[in-house]
Design a protein around this ligand. Structure first.
Ligand SMILES: Cc1cc2nc3c(=O)[nH]c(=O)nc-3n(C[C@H](O)[C@H](O)[C@H](O)COP(=O)(O)OP(=O)(O)OC[C@H]3O[C@@H](n4cnc5c(N)ncnc54)[C@H](O)[C@@H]3O)c2cc1C
Length: 385
């Protein structure tokens, strides 16, 4: 198990992303929520600052800062705007990562390099109407035809789906084999004939993040765009989600820190019964509980990121990060709202947006119930911790 300390370089990444968030992201967050769209200029500025390939090795056009760098970025962006942070996350940790994990050198040069530069936006398309938690029960088919596969079916709730240039698509190539052996991953440029975008969802939170239905009708994909081996797509998806879940933990951490900061400020300023509410022991206990959880979240996020960077297996740890950090984020944002009370409930304050935005983190990239299953399976397989 790795210990870690932030390096000078990692401290500089934090400083850079914090400045970017303060200057370019936070001021737009309410507008992004209301208009349900990330401005293209913000995506371009994020790309200029290297955010879209922060974890990707430099040989593939990224910044090479690994998972620790990626988690620092997610944490800092999540102080400002969850919709923007999730757009970057869906692109990088689940859009780029499948190619980094299993792509051929040629696929990496062709697809990953422009993605890491932020010139092309990525998405990860696994979920279908009948396949949510049971992600192995896909219905989208990919049938071999000479040097191509012909793909028919649809995906729902795909983050960045309506704005992506490249989608990593999981489809059934052998229905007799099920998830292990029967599913294959494909790299799909969204200008491929037969690809179309269906419904764009309206949502409770992360309203600026694009969530789309994708439809494939007789879509022809050459074998050169099969990602990894035929039949090994499910493994690719699960390994990718290890990275995604860790990043969601970092997002939960950043949003929780923001809630604590606002709560401390408000508790000191708001006077009732002739004194600041911060003088009340119950408010102090709320703040202490928030801080204690944040310390634990921070410890587990960066310990797990260090494991990932060291090349260790981190599936159970990333499921643990996802489970605890996102559960605690829900409790922390609720406490923040309680401390702000009526003022926190009003839409001119950011608290209610953070409250709505937090809820998705317990649902996507495997619900928190599914994280229990991942953790328990690993324990039972190993017969111990
Ligand atoms: C805003 C948004 C963005 C998304 N982005 C993407 C994306 O980019 N790419 C993508 O592929 N998918 C995406 N998804 C889909 C997301 O990953 C699924 O919603 C999630 O995996 C859960 O599936 P489900 O919603 O169908 O819930 P269901 O599977 O129907 O689950 C319903 C309930 O039953 C519980 N449950 C199910 N099975 C079990 C079990 N075996 N044991 C215990 N409890 C169980 C669940 O935990 C949950 O509480 C997104 C979803 C949303 C809402």
């Amino acid at each position: 198990m790795m210990d870690f300390q932030f390096t000078e370089e990692q401290r500089m990444i934090r400083e850079m992303v914090r400045k970017f968030t303060d200057r370019d992201v936070r001021p737009l967050a309410a507008k992004i929520d209301q208009e349900k769209e990330i401005p293209k200029e913000l995506i371009a500025k994020g790309a200029e600052n290297g955010l879209f390939g922060i974890a990707i090795p430099e040989v593939y056009g990224g910044s090479g800062f690994g998972e620790i760098g990626y988690c620092i970025m997610m944490e800092e962006l999540s102080h400002g705007c969850a919709s923007f942070a999730i757009t970057v996350a869906a692109h990088q940790s689940i859009g780029c990562m499948p190619i980094l994990l299993d792509g051929t050198e040629e696929q990496k040069q062709t697809f990953l390099v422009p993605m890491a530069a932020g010139e092309k936006l990525g998405a990860f398309a696994l979920t279908e109407p009948g396949a949510g938690s049971d992600a192995g029960s896909l219905k989208t088919t990919a049938v071999a035809d000479g040097d191509d596969f012909i793909i028919n079916g649809s995906k729902i709730w795909i983050t960045n789906g309506g704005i992506a240039d490249i989608v990593i698509l999981y489809a059934v190539t052998d229905p007799s084999k099920g998830a292990h052996g029967g599913i294959t991953a494909f790299i799909v440029p969204t200008d491929t004939p037969g690809f179309s975008v269906g419904t764009i969802e309206d949502k409770m939170g992360i309203r600026g993040s694009n969530t789309a239905e994708l439809i494939f009708e007789g879509m022809r994909i050459p074998r050169s765009q099969v990602l990894g081996k035929v039949g090994e797509g499910f493994k690719n998806a699960m390994r990718t989600l290890d990275y995604g879940r860790l990043g969601l933990g970092a997002a939960a951490l950043g949003a929780s820190k923001e809630m604590l900061t606002l709560s401390i400020r408000h508790a000191g300023e708001r006077k009732q019964f002739g004194r600041p509410i911060a003088d009340q022991q119950i408010i102090q206990f709320y703040l202490a509980e928030m801080a204690a959880k944040i310390y634990a979240m921070e410890s587990m996020v960066y310990r797990t990121a260090a494991m990932a960077d060291a090349g260790e297996k981190f599936s159970r740890e990333s499921a643990t990060v996802k489970l605890l950090c996102t559960d605690w984020q829900g409790e922390i944002v609720d406490r923040a709202l309680q401390i702000h009370a009526g003022m926190g409930y009003m839409t001119h304050m950011p608290i209610e947006r953070f409250y709505r935005d937090a809820r998705i983190n317990r649902i996507f990239e495997g619900t928190n119930e599914i994280q229990h299953i991942v953790i328990a399976r690993d324990l039972l397989k190993k017969g111990g911790y």
